[in-house]
Design a protein around this ligand. Sequence first.
Ligand code: ZN
Length: 204
Amino acid sequence: MKILAIGRNYVAHIQELNNEIPDEPVIFLKPDTAILRNNEAFYLPSFSQDIHHEVELVLRVCKEGKNIAVEFAHKYFDAIGLGIDFTARDLQTKAKEKGLPWEIAKAFNGSAPISNHFIAVNEFADLKNINFHLEINGEIKQKGNTGLVLFDFNQIIHHLSKYFTLKTGDLIFTGTPAGVGAVKIGDRLKGFIEQKEMFDFEVK
Ligand code: ZN
């Protein structure tokens, strides 16, 4: 399986990092070695002094396809979970300055904690109005609503599938809302979709 991810989707987050509003979503990938499950602890890596949390809704792909049209895209994912796209912001900033790729900043070991539980798509009344948030040590740090994106789920599927064949079991990180920031040892991260707790793990 693979993890596909979208950068620069929530406008307020684009602005907080002083990035340009893109015409197309920015795409990157994470390997399966990035995944943390079962609320496993995240160990701060030694190569970065600035690991940021980015809470994101995660789509589960349920059907193989490529070059998927927007109007059929909804058939290709069946459930939504929650994850953190951990980002070594210092390494990413250097990479951006030099025009280099982002892998060491985005795809390192443990950079993708993902909820065990995924909520079936048909349990949501409106995919364009899903609330999610991240709490650290009991304080809300990031809040998102899918009404605030540049590219909705169907557009993301359409765009990604131009370049990458989607396969059953692939996961798609759909972008983070504003409020990203550094994590430190001892932090406890809890993620919610609506009022449902999706994950709860510690930074070590
Ligand atoms: Zn992200």
